[in-house]
Design a protein around this ligand. Structure first.
Ligand code: HEM
Length: 400
């Protein structure tokens, strides 16, 4: 079996649309990832995705950004923004654990710090399933930890959240509750469509846990990078962060530019289900692996210009090129949470519609934190994870 790499922007875009290339990044993480949305293929994937996409029906984003999100953010900041000196990565996890669980359909029951700690620990334990393919040592202790984490997640959080939603759905079906009043989360959607999906219980637990994972690490990664780029830009350009965030459209463009430079998933992996031909004419025999380099594509100078490796939120983009590049993937697995986290992603030729524009959670969080006085901590420089080839922050000390 050979490995083929695809790295120019147009070739990456094309490869992600080849239906005979099947997801393979999570092949070793079946313990959690087997048959969750991102690992499904063909009709099974289409059916589940079209049902889950119904969550974003009608006015989902308007309600989310104006009502649901501000309350969730305020609750988390009241509980965890208690010191004038903090690590932004840690605070980011506190915020994202809360937002992602709410989106997945898992309730906070006690609302205590101990409960939030347990939810954060489970996120880290479950998350190992997504990266175990790259782990070289003895995997059995890790599988055991993941197994226990799935059980704990199910007993402590999934079952009570499901029971509450089943009761609400009964009220809805009896005509005592409007559709608008239903919780806006994946678990509710799965339960509403139980008959069509016929998902075994244990798969529903893992699907909800997968959404929790997919939404959390990626968003924290983006939050810290985008804040760092904002601070650096302001230091170099003689702006203040307050000036930038005062115009949320401008701040959103900073966030999208940071997403382009620092995608949370630098690569997508696929396996050829049949012989396929790539955009550059290469023939890939059935069974071979294709590594689709999202991060390299996002730095393609023929698309983003000679300064493609630099942060420049003022860059102009051709035609249909997204300011976030390929960071959300493309084709059938294109990120389902893109608009939630990034908002309405406009091309250079498009003007925002003031009636119906979303900014995305990362822009809204950075705006709130800057308005609350967040600054880099001059005495403690931020640090990256050295052992990792990836561009990941270990700590990002800030002051309020
Ligand atoms: C900056 C944040 C995020 C980035 C960069 C990101 C990136 C991606 C990428 C690259 C994929 C495609 C993977 C592939 O093709 O193999 C993907 C898929 C997915 N993402 Fe995201 N994601 C982010 C946030 C989120 C959030 C907040 C959610 C949920 C609310 C989410 C849910 C999903 C789901 C469910 C899929 C699988 C879709 C499918 O297979 O049909 N993501 N994401």
């Amino acid at each position: 079996m050979e490995v083929h790499r695809v790295s120019t922007y147009l070739d990456v875009e094309h490869a992600l649309r080849i239906t005979d290339l099947k997801q393979s990044l999570y092949d070793e993480g079946k313990i959690l990832m087997d048959k969750v949305l991102v690992t499904l293929h063909g009709d099974e994937h289409r059916q589940r995705r079209s049902i889950e996409s119904q969550l974003f029906r009608k006015n989902f984003f308007r309600v989310y950004e104006n009502e649901v999100f501000p309350d969730l953010l305020r609750e988390t900041l009241d509980q965890f923004l208690t010191d004038s000196s903090l690590d932004l990565k840690e605070l980011g996890y506190r915020i994202m654990v809360h937002l992602s669980l709410s989106f997945a359909g898992i309730d906070r029951i006690e609302g205590t710090v101990e409960e939030a700690d347990a939810q954060h620990r489970l996120l880290i334990q479950l998350g190992q399933a997504a990266t175990i393919g790259q782990f070289k040592g003895d995997r059995e202790p890790i599988f055991q930890e993941i197994r226990e984490a799935i059980d704990e997640f199910r007993e402590r959080f999934f079952l009570p959240s499901r029971a509450r939603r089943l009761a609400i759905l009964e009220e809805y079906r009896a005509g005592n509750l409007s559709e608008e009043a239903l919780p806006r989360d994946i678990l509710t959607i799965l339960l509403m469509h139980d008959a069509e999906l016929s998902m075994p219980d244990e798969l529903m637990v893992r699907e909800v846990a997968f959404f929790y994972l997919a939404a959390s690490h990626t968003s924290v990664h983006t939050l810290v990078h985008a804040t760092n780029e904002l601070f650096n830009w302001c230091a170099n350009e003689n702006n203040t962060p307050e000036e930038i965030v005062a115009n949320p459209h401008q701040l959103q463009r900073f966030v999208l530019e940071s997403m382009r430079l620092h995608p949370s998933s630098p690569e997508a992996w696929r396996r050829a289900e049949a012989d396929v031909t790539l955009a550059d004419g290469r023939l890939i025999p059935k069974g071979d692996k294709v590594v689709i380099e999202l991060q390299t594509a996002n730095r393609d100078v023929t698309v983003f210009g000679e300064d493609a490796t630099e942060f420049n939120p003022l860059r102009t983009l051709q035609g249909r090129i997204s300011p976030a590049g390929m960071s959300f993937g493309g084709g059938m697995h294109v990120c389902l949470g893109m608009n939630l986290v990034a908002g309405t992603v406009l091309r250079d030729s498009e003007a925002p519609n003031p009636e119906n524009h979303q900014f995305g959670t990362v822009t809204l969080i950075i705006k709130e934190l800057i308005e609350r006085g967040m600054l880099p901590n001059p005495d403690q420089p931020p640090q990256k994870i050295e052992a990792s080839e990836r561009d990941v922050w270990a700590t990002y000390p800030v002051l309020f």
